[in-house]
Design a protein around this ligand. Structure first.
Ligand code: FAD
Length: 433
């Protein structure tokens, strides 16, 4: 009898896992239950995601999707600008050469979330996905799944919650619930930026431009079709963004005024991003507590956001999700091929995943906390030093690096650039008078 596996959710983690289990050629019967009624029923699949070497990219390689991925990965999307509200660029990292993909050097190419999902979707056997199946309840004793349409399925040998932030598998394993992060935002798109706003297009560049000041942030990110996705983040109560979007409905001009009211003294060059964009969506950001875990329960586990939801401020969510899929698939493969206990394999996956999740959560929290300070542009840059060092495998406390004040240097470098930017703005305004 094949091992019967139910994966709840056809997001990046669930699909990566299904694909990996398929390519390992182990005796497994997979069913994915997905809430969306069809692959195209959701109007937007979100923005762009940066994939990292040892997590997202490693999973794609193991899944046999590397050649296909190279058609969609955008290495020029690694261009990164970090600035402040005066549109002073404090750091400008230019794109990495594509050859880094081959050599396995540190790289973070971008891919549209939509393209990633459709590439993964096309890579799994279509008949394994049941669309429009919203899991509502899981009966722990019988293992039967009940869906919103009152249909049932199961029991299965293993049920895997890959159902994201509001997982319906999670309550079976733990009482912990996502908590509001204190930050909410509005995402929107500028479609024809190259033709209609060439100056803005040049300012944003090929990748991401993150702006931080006064506990707020703007993000502009180039998408695969050349459009730009804008996000404006503010520290307001949980309902603020949703209420504002609901209140102004389709009156985008009024909605833009409300959003921009939060950024009154910011450079017009940045505010124009929102003025030029459309299709606003509210995003209250939730997170699970750092270091959360659950007691192992036979027959159930979780991967991705369901297991360790984070805010997007370190860009680790999708990477950690795909790494979870990779590790769980490998654990199941080894166990099945060597006739070992599946339950033990799942337990081992969880024991290795918890500290990994904690590491990503800590990094994300560090970036988020830096964003939530008055001098956020400088503080985020200092936090990025830790993040990049960790990812590149450097320990700033050890060896010769312990003697180099990297973070202090970054602090003074960024602060002085910020002060210069502020002074030139003041000078310009004096001359204009
Ligand atoms: C629409 C969307 C857009 C996003 N955009 C961005 C972005 O622009 N930038 C960024 O950094 N991160 C974004 N994220 C978050 C990021 O994509 C996640 O960190 C990453 O996708 C985690 O993958 P996952 O598969 O664990 O969870 P998810 O991507 O959340 O996938 C979960 C899947 O489970 C399905 N599902 C949920 N509940 C049920 C249920 N009860 N029954 C059945 N199926 C269910 C969902 O429909 C979804 O397909 C986005 C997430 C979503 C859902």
């Amino acid at each position: 009898m094949p091992l019967s596996v139910a994966i709840i959710g056809a997001g990046p983690s669930g699909l990566t896992l299904a694909r990996l289990l398929q390519v390992t050629e182990i005796d497994v019967s997979i069913t994915i239950f997905e809430r969306d009624v069809s692959p195209t029923s959701r109007p937007s699949q979100g923005g762009t995601l940066d994939l990292h070497n040892d997590t997202g990219l490693a999973a794609l390689k193991k899944a046999g999707l590397w050649d296909e991925a190279l058609k969609h990965l955008r290495y020029d999307g690694e261009e990164l600008k970090i600035g402040d509200k005066n549109a002073t660029v404090l750091l400008h990292h230019r794109e990495e050469p594509k050859s880094k993909a081959e050599t396995g050097e540190y790289a973070r190419p971008e891919i549209d979330r939509e393209l990633l999902r459709s590439m993964l979707l096309q890579s799994v056997k279509p008949k394994i996905i049941q669309w429009g199946k919203v899991l509502q309840a899981l009966e722990p004793n019988t293992g039967v799944l009940t869906f919103r349409d009152q249909s049932t399925a199961g029991p299965f040998d293993l049920v895997i919650g890959a159902d994201g932030a509001w997982s319906k598998v999670r309550p079976l394993l733990t009482d912990i619930k996502p908590q509001y992060s204190g930050i909410c935002g509005f995402t929107s798109f500028i479609n024809n930026v190259n033709d209609e706003y060439p100056e803005m297009s040049k300012m944003i560049g090929r990748g991401s431009y993150f702006v931080y000041s006064d506990r707020k942030s703007f993000t502009a990110q180039r998408m695969g079709d050349e459009s730009v996705r804008i996000a404006a983040w503010v520290m307001k109560d949980e309902k603020y963004a949703s209420d504002v979007v609901a209140k102004y409905g389709k009156d985008e001009d009024a909605l833009k005024q409300e959003i921009l009211g939060n950024f009154a003294d910011w450079s017009p060059d940045i505010l124009r991003w929102t003025q030029a964009s459309h299709g606003f969506v509210a995003w209250p950001l939730f997170e699970l507590p750092v270091g959360q875990f659950w007691e192992h329960k036979k027959g159930y586990t979780m991967i991705g956001d369901a297991a360790s939801l984070m805010t997007p401020f370190a860009g680790e969510g999708v990477n950690k999700a795909m790494k979870d899929a990779l590790e769980l698939a490998e654990a199941l493969e080894v166990a099945l091929k060597s006739d070992r206990d599946i339950d033990e394999a799942v337990k081992n996956y969880e024991q290795a995943m918890f500290p990994r999740a904690t590491k990503y959560q800590q990094c994300t929290l560090r970036n988020k906390n830096a964003l939530c300070t008055e001098n956020s542009a400088v503080n985020v840059l200092v936090a990025f030093v830790d993040m990049v060092a960790e990812e590149m495998g450097y320990d700033l406390q050890k060896g010769w690096l312990a003697w180099v004040p990297v973070k202090t240097t970054m602090y003074y470098y960024a602060s002085s650039r910020q002060t210069l930017g502020q002074s030139s703005k003041t000078l310009r305004s004096l001359f204009r008078r």
